[in-house]
Design a protein around this ligand. Structure first.
Ligand SMILES: Cc1cc2nc3c(=O)[nH]c(=O)nc-3n(C[C@H](O)[C@H](O)[C@H](O)COP(=O)(O)OP(=O)(O)OC[C@H]3O[C@@H](n4cnc5c(N)ncnc54)[C@H](O)[C@@H]3O)c2cc1C
Length: 479
């Protein structure tokens, strides 16, 4: 659970729906009988499941249920389907667009007790885990096999949450996103049926690709209970580099050159001068307060010097400075610590603040132009507004610390968000590269994909969840 704060509780759902949600007393009584103390209604537990770290207002569930098996999830869903009770699946609660906030009330299903690693298959390079397994837990268990699971954020999310939000992270530039790293799922439908969506094999042409229908469905089509994940070998050699540039343009030119020259980049992260200042203030470091690239190379030791030389050449051509390089575990951890501190440093800008993080992604050829235009807009307002991101994928975040009670501030950044999305859609980009739609980006989905695509999504939703009990109001409105 992330550390969150602020915001008044919202009583009614912030989505348009003509659906009448029924009182849930019958469901609660039945669940209490089935789950005993694994059904929680204390204020503390309800509050922990009512919010994320973003600006979206919190809203309490009526109860939180902690199943321990797929059969138990199926029992809960059969009951909720019969009683038309809303259900919100909850992994680690780290999503950023109000995904897990139960605006329609009902039951939150917390999957944290489904945390068994069921099988690791080193030769096949896959594993089968329950949905509540966390990424750090899995990667620790994989270490003796010299394998790792690559997809998902640096923050310790659950495998079910990573799958359901279609997440990726810093190393997607080499290893791909949730979509490329999940082979099959076990899913419980709204009616309580248990479905296998695929198999462990590398290739299959067997029917519709249900796995990738579920990946990114944000808990609206089914509850994932088991994930079959693809694993990668740990790199033979890795090194981290940090380098500052006089301008954003030069940093972006360097990033594009690194990609075009085929450097074996496992991560390529950008932080603007505002982020570097915020980090220095937070961590007491003295990094140059200039546009900065953080990158990691995965290769063989025999090739390391060749790539380091190519990297140095690109950096010199783009007038980079303060070049740091580390290949020992301690050096790498020290260099990456700065990047992993960004979220904490932003929250520390102002006590009581929350984040409103944009998450756009553009073709890499438009990235420099897009970031420069965005920074020109940000220069017009009087607010500390960090810009950083996974630029190796063309994905970046504008992430101000905002006070949720300050309506003027909310409106200002909603406008900036909207203008940014209008801009990136003209550049053939997407409003969300990795965080997902939740409630925060609903209004942009149709603008990005068009009405026929939303109609198709609605038809799928209606077929799989006719009473609209699964995470209602998220991604798009039902009616
Ligand atoms: C500091 C910080 C940094 C982040 N960095 C990144 C990043 O680099 N890349 C990135 O992609 N994201 C990032 N995120 C967002 C977030 O971590 C990811 O979206 C993550 O995948 C969410 O996983 P979770 O387990 O916390 O899911 P939750 O937040 O619990 O849930 C996310 C969504 O999935 C649904 N869900 C959860 N579990 C299940 C399940 N078993 N079955 C069906 N639906 C389910 C929920 O209902 C919800 O809609 C970041 C967040 C924070 C706070």
């Amino acid at each position: 659970m992330v550390n969150v704060k602020g915001g008044a509780f919202r009583k009614r759902p912030p989505f348009t729906s003509t659906m009448i949600l029924m009182p849930n007393t019958n469901t609660l009584n039945a669940l209490r009988e089935m789950f005993g103390e694994r059904l929680q209604t204390t204020e503390e537990i309800l509050s922990l499941h009512s919010r994320d770290i973003s600006w979206h207002p919190p809203s309490l569930p009526e109860a939180v249920c902690y199943p321990e098996s797929t059969d138990e999830v199926a029992e809960i869903l059969r009951l909720c389907h019969t009683n038309r009770t809303p259900v919100v699946p909850f992994g680690a609660g780290t999503s950023l667009e109000g995904h897990i906030i139960p605006y329609a009330g009902g039951i939150t299903i917390d999957l944290s007790r489904m945390s068994a690693i069921k099988a690791i298959h080193p030769i096949d390079r896959d594993c089968v885990v329950q949905a509540g397994v966390r990424k750090l837990q899995l990667n620790k268990a994989l270490q003796p096999h010299e394998l790792f699971f690559a997809a998902g954020p640096g923050i310790d999310a659950s495998l079910g949450g990573i799958a359901a939000s279609g997440a990726s992270g810093a190393n997607a530039v080499r290893y791909g996103t949730a979509k490329e790293n999940i082979r099959a799922l076990e899913v419980v439908t709204a009616e309580g049926k248990i479905v296998k969506t695929g198999s462990r094999v590398k290739k299959t042409s067997a029917g519709y690709d249900l796995t990738h229908l579920m990946v990114g469905s944000e808990g609206t089509l089914g509850i994932i209970t088991e994930v079959t994940a693809i694993l990668h070998p740990l790199p033979g050699y890795s090194a981290v580099a940090v380098v500052s540039f006089p301008t954003v343009q030069e940093a972006m030119e360097a990033a594009v050159a690194m990609i075009r020259q085929g450097l074996p980049l496992a991560m390529l992260e950008f932080m603007d001068e505002v982020v570097m200042r915020v980090i220095n203030n937070y961590a007491g470091t003295d990094y140059a307060e200039q546009p900065t690239l953080f990158l990691e190379i995965h290769t063989d030791e025999a090739l390391a010097d060749i790539y380091r030389h190519r990297l140095s050449k690109i950096i010199t051509e783009q007038h980079g400075s303060d070049f740091q390089w580390g290949s020992s575990p301690d050096e790498k951890a020290r260099l990456w610590e700065v990047r992993y501190n960004v979220a904490h440093a932003i929250l520390a800008i102002r006590p009581g603040g929350n984040t409103m993080s944009t998450d756009v992604c553009v073709p890499i050829s438009r990235l420099a132009e897009c970031i420069l235009q965005s920074k020109a807009e940000l220069a017009k307002i009087n607010h500390v507004t960090p810009l950083f991101g996974h630029v190796g994928d063309g994905n970046f975040h504008i992430s101000p610390n905002i006070l949720v009670k300050n309506e003027e501030e909310i409106r200002l950044f909603q406008r900036i968000n909207e203008e940014l999305i209008n801009r990136i859609l003209k550049m053939e980009g997407t409003c969300t590269g990795e965080h997902g739609i939740g409630i925060g980006k609903k209004k942009y989905l149709e603008q990005e994909l068009g009405q026929p695509a939303i109609d198709m999504m609605r038809a799928i939703k209606k077929a799989l969840d006719p009473y609209h009990i699964l995470n209602p109001g998220k991604i798009f409105d039902f009616y």
